[in-house]
Design a protein around this ligand. Structure first.
Ligand code: GMT
Length: 381
């Protein structure tokens, strides 16, 4: 198949999923055309059957807000026609689904039939999409897509709950390549970070308020108050990084917290960690947690959103009530003080990650593409 993929090319879960999906599909012989405003950050080399088409937006004195969605639509039309795409698969509804639906209408006029598949990822439904400035257009674009997928049952249900949706939504979870994403020996790094054999907690996110990064600092503080030897690594960057830094200083634990900024890939850093903390207020799947689990790091997270579909309480991690920092502290304490429990749950985390292996999930996308192409939805439009 010749597939056009559009995503946000920057640091973020939907971009990672879209890029890894494109790479995996290309490895299975499909021709993949990424259409985005810059090279997706996990797509370092564009070779063989992977192509990249950059969306350029012309500036014009009238444009205080340059119309990116329209430039994207035009690029989709161009690529679909000249590369003879079979379908467009867009990740994150805003504005990608809308641009794709419009592109398909333009292509219809030119007698080129290109179905649109939209994958819903998270805040496009749970937060941003519900803003009145986007809501009607999000609902319309989902309903007008030929196929719709969501990354968890939770997200599927939220979409039906908050929008008037007539379409069937197929759940296809996030995935990981467990053959290339695994815990590796990084003893020298660990010794440098923890010269006195401290345990390592880790949090990886884009530091938006929804990630509640400050809760992680509070967990570390509680553990240090209990005189447990522990360090915290914070990976990523965003609006809540500075407040988290300030909080660490205010609580006097700044010496035990390392802010590493944006890092990719995170496999090597995850390989020195003992516990992954994810206190998010909303999380449709939790790809960062899955990456940690593939590296044998048990997860202590909020019992919200799609996280219970990923983390099995007591097996691969612990689920806590949202904002319950004491519970998060207690479960983390158990994991860093009970070696037997930690070993069992590290193994459980890796086993759970296998359940979401790329080899299991990519064929589900392929079958879904085939079903959309074969139902002739596009012809019937
Ligand atoms: O909101 C983010 O953190 C980024 C967002 C995205 O769409 O880029 O991530 C969402 O999609 C990921 C991939 O499907 C999921 O694993 C994340 O759970 C989800 N984030 C949220 O729901 C907050």
């Amino acid at each position: 198949m010749k597939i056009g993929i559009t995503c946000y090319p920057v640091y973020g879960g939907s971009g990672v999923v879209a890029t890894e999906l494109g790479k995996a599909l290309a490895a299975r012989g499909h021709e993949i055309h990424f259409i985005a405003y810059s090279l997706p950050f996990r797509l370092s080399n564009v070779t063989g059957n992977i192509f990249f088409h950059e969306v350029n937006i012309s500036s014009y004195p009238l444009f205080e807000y340059p119309p990116y969605s329209l430039a994207l639509t035009s690029k989709m039309v161009d690529v679909a026609l000249y590369e003879e795409l079979d379908l467009l698969h867009v990740h994150y509804a805003i504005p990608h689904a809308t641009s794709a639906v419009l592109a398909r209408q333009i292509l219809d006029e030119r007698l080129k039939n290109v179905p649109v598949i939209t994958t819903l990822h998270g805040t496009d439904i749970t937060i941003v999409g519900q803003d009145p400035s986007f809501r009607p257009v999000v609902a319309y674009s989902i309903n007008q897509s030929d196929g719709v997928t969501a990354v968890s049952d939770y997200l599927k249900n939220e979409t039906y709950k908050h929008f008037d949706i007539e379409k069937d939504i197929e759940v296809i979870p996030n995935f990981i390549d467990t053959e290339s994403f695994y815990r590796s020996e990084k003893d020298y790094f660990r010794r440098a970070l923890c010269p006195n054999g401290e345990k390592v907690l880790i949090h990886v996110s884009n530091f938006r308020p929804v990630k509640r990064a400050q809760d992680v600092v509070r967990v570390l503080y509680n553990l240090r108050e209990a005189e447990l030897p522990v360090k915290l690594l914070l990976v990523g960057d965003g609006p809540d990084r500075m407040p988290a830094e300030h909080l660490a200083r205010e609580l006097g634990v700044q010496e035990d917290v390392r802010f590493l900024g944006k890092q990719d890939p995170v496999m090597e850093i995850l390989s020195v960690a003992d516990v992954f903390l994810m206190p998010s207020g909303s999380e449709t799947f939790g790809l960062a947690a899955l990456e940690a689990m593939a590296c044998e790091v048990p997860v202590v997270c909020s019992d919200i959103g799609g996280l219970p579909e990923l983390v099995e309480h007591g097996e691969s991690g612990f689920l806590c009530d949202l904002g319950d920092i004491d519970a998060m502290t207690e479960y983390t304490r158990e994991l860093i003080t009970d070696d037997e429990l930690h070993q069992r749950m590290s193994k459980g985390a890796r086993e759970r990650a296998h359940h979401f292996d790329v080899k299991r999930v990519i064929p589900r996308y392929e079958s879904y593409y085939e079903s959309i192409l074969s139902t002739g939805v596009a012809e019937a439009r």
